[in-house]
Design a protein around this ligand. Structure first.
Ligand code: GTP
Ligand code: SPV
Ligand code: MN
Length: 599
């Protein structure tokens, strides 16, 4: 069948998959440019992708998914551990008995690759040969998946070489089947290093290296082996006053600003002073204790699967630049006039005539009711990381980068101040556990509903939430206090009485990052409040913004009455979900919060 590997486990996995799904043909993905280009041409020939303007967008393509298949399906995602208690309580994902799940998936996928090709994708999450790196094999009947995986991960024969004759890997089986939403399942078997995805062909459901492996399976591996897999961006910040570049990891829920913060361009006066942001990752961080005792982070991905709408040359010029070549666009609008793409806010004025994400003619009139955008709100670009003008020189570093700070943040219209710092690692962990955020289009379901999203990991934990909290506490114990990253919380989304955002966000977030790094360096005081350390207004530089002193005071205000109510709600959330499984360090910090708010 192939001379690409002698690894019997790989060969058996491929044989078993083929025996079940009965493809006409099996194609091994070797990572070569020749094979990739041939597959791209084939996808264009079959109409699966549209080749875009070679001059304006060289080697770029547009793909449309089925209308019912445009976001992660959290309610059809399962953790199939042998014991239910190892997956439950879970924030959102459900548990299914593994035997039942295997059988159900087999019944769904049986014979479904007849008439199709099965591609075998050997890939690495992390730089091949680095202590972070893990190998996966995804089999799929989707050429779109192959072409996206070739951008998002490190794909090719070197991954099989890395495995050798006997190495273990994460098995990923993907079959589009009939893209039937009623039979759509995303199944994880952490104890077997196995993922099965059926009846979808959209991003996070089918690019199995991403959320399924690099978060759900990896959280489980990290728990077992003493490291962490988190829904975090990683950035490096160069400041004139520091001797070296400082690295920060930040966890925000889906579509809450990770890509934007990771590629931030500082305001002019900061640029002039020598500030610079370097992107290490925009979605996922794997974190381990380094030889020097600090926490080191690496991005296991090789590309960006970013939200398109809202991305433009003002909000995120680096992301936009990254999409200018070798990029696959999914569910954005098509501009037939010049054979390019468009999405909401790419330009101030929409072009007069477009083809919308569903493939129908669209004019600005079509969206008169605001409910018919040209691009789907969760439309995405898949862009190679190397395209990004601000990619970090450490992007391919084998040991990763040392973390000075960890930041949590969500979409909160009220209550949560622009920024605050936790008192220590355990309190910082508590701050992560109490995260709530308004829902976005990145998952199916209602948008704008406030929900608990601990550590921005609600949909991505591969085991029970209480054990995940405990793992955070345990990781803190592995690092001496003076080497632990400081833990912060930010909120770019606080609103005024009119419902407008009070903070300009985007590049101006540099002003908050600056305070955070000064706190890490012990260079600035802060006021101790009921929830932690909050900046003195004078220490957040608002010169050159529209933010008034009055607004800044409001942005930094900690309303004890609101927080008392929040604490009560958190207690109920803990009690309803975890009861006495909640780690005692977390309970203690809740008691402290309640006491502080009552004072
Ligand atoms: P995933 O890829 O789904 O994990 O999302 P993400 O966390 O990388 O979010 P992204 O950076 O793509 O931002 C999503 C949306 O949030 C953007 O389209 C912006 O509209 C908005 N956004 C990002 N940063 C800011 C900010 O600082 N302020 C405000 N008001 N909006 C922001
Ligand atoms: C997210 O939803 O957090 C994403 C996109 O990054 S997906 O790959 O679909 O999960
Ligand atoms: Mn994400």
């Amino acid at each position: 069948m192939t001379n690409m590997t002698n690894n019997k486990k790989v060969l058996k996995f491929v044989e078993d998959s083929a025996a079940l799904a009965c493809p006409d043909k099996i194609v091994w993905i070797d990572g070569s440019v020749e094979q990739r280009d041939a597959l791209r041409a084939e996808a264009v020939a079959t109409g699966e992708m549209i080749k875009l303007n070679e001059e304006l967008l060289p080697d770029c393509y547009l793909h449309r998914t089925a209308e019912n298949d445009v976001a992660r399906v959290e309610d059809r995602t399962f953790i199939c551990s042998r014991k239910e208690e190892d997956a439950m309580p879970h924030s959102i994902v459900k548990w299914m008995d593994p035997e039942k799940a295997y059988k159900m998936a087999a019944d769904i996928a049986r014979g479904k690759m007849k008439g199709r090709t099965m591609y075998v994708i050997p890939y690495s999450m992390g730089v091949v040969g680095s202590p972070f790196s893990r190998i996966g094999i995804e089999v799929t009947d989707s050429i779109y998946v192959v072409l996206n995986m070739e951008i998002m991960t490190r794909v090719g024969k070197m991954c099989l070489d890395e495995l050798g004759e006997n190495g273990d890997f994460v098995k990923g089986f993907h079959c589009k089947c009939d893209v039937d939403p009623e039979k759509r399942y995303i199944l994880h078997f952490p104890e077997d290093d196995t993922i099965i995805s059926v009846n979808s062909a959209y991003g996070g459901n089918v690019l199995l290296g991403k959320k399924c492996f690099a978060l759900r399976i990896a959280t489980y591996l990290g728990k077992k082996e003493g490291w962490m897999a988190e829904h975090m961006l990683i950035l490096g910040c160069k400041r004139p006053q520091d001797k070296e570049i400082k690295y920060v990891a930040a966890a925000f829920p889906s579509a809450c600003g990770k890509t934007n913060l990771a590629m931030l361009i500082p305001p002019k006066e900061y640029l002039d002073a020598g500030y610079e942001i370097q992107t290490v990752g925009d979605d996922i961080a794997w974190i381990r204790v380094g030889e020097d005792g600090r926490l080191w982070a690496a991005n296991p991905e090789n590309g960006f699967f970013g939200v398109a709408p809202g991305t433009n040359e003002h909000s995120n010029p680096n992301a936009l630049a990254a999409t200018k070549k070798g990029t696959i666009f999914t569910n954005v609008a098509y501009n037939p006039e010049n054979n390019t793409v468009w999405w909401e806010k790419l330009t101030k004025e929409a072009p007069a005539h477009l083809i919308d994400w569903k493939g129908n003619p669209w004019t600005p009139e079509t969206n008169a009711d605001g409910k018919h955008p040209a691009a789907h709100p969760n439309s995405r670009f898949t862009a190679p990381a190397e395209n990004c003008p601000c990619i970090s020189p450490e992007f391919n570093s084998k040991q990763g980068v040392p973390l000075s700070a960890i930041i949590f943040g969500g979409r909160r219209a009220t209550t949560t101040p622009l920024v605050y710092q936790s008192r220590d690692w355990n309190h910082g962990t508590f701050v992560g556990t109490i995260m709530s955020s308004e829902t976005t289009a990145a998952a199916t379901g209602a948008v704008g509903v406030l929900r608990h999203d601990p550590m921005a990991m609600k949909p991505f934990m591969g085991y029970s939430v209480d054990q995940y909290f405990q793992h955070w506490i345990d990781m803190g114990k592995k690092v001496p206090a003076d080497k632990q990253p400081k833990i912060f919380n930010v909120n770019w989304f606080r609103q005024d009485e009119k419902g407008d955002f009070m903070w300009p966000g985007f590049g101006d977030n540099m002003r908050v990052l600056d305070w955070i790094l000064d706190r890490c360096e012990g260079k600035v005081d802060a006021q101790e409040t009921a929830i932690g350390y909050v900046p003195y207004a004078k220490d957040i530089n608002i010169k050159g913004t529209d933010v008034t002193e009055e607004t800044l005071d409001k942005l930094l205000y900690v309303d004890k009455a609101r927080w008392a109510a929040e604490a009560e709600e958190i207690e109920k959330y803990y009690d309803d979900n975890f009861g006495d499984k909640l780690p005692k360090e977390i309970r203690e910090n809740l008691e402290t919060l309640k006491r502080n708010c009552a004072e």
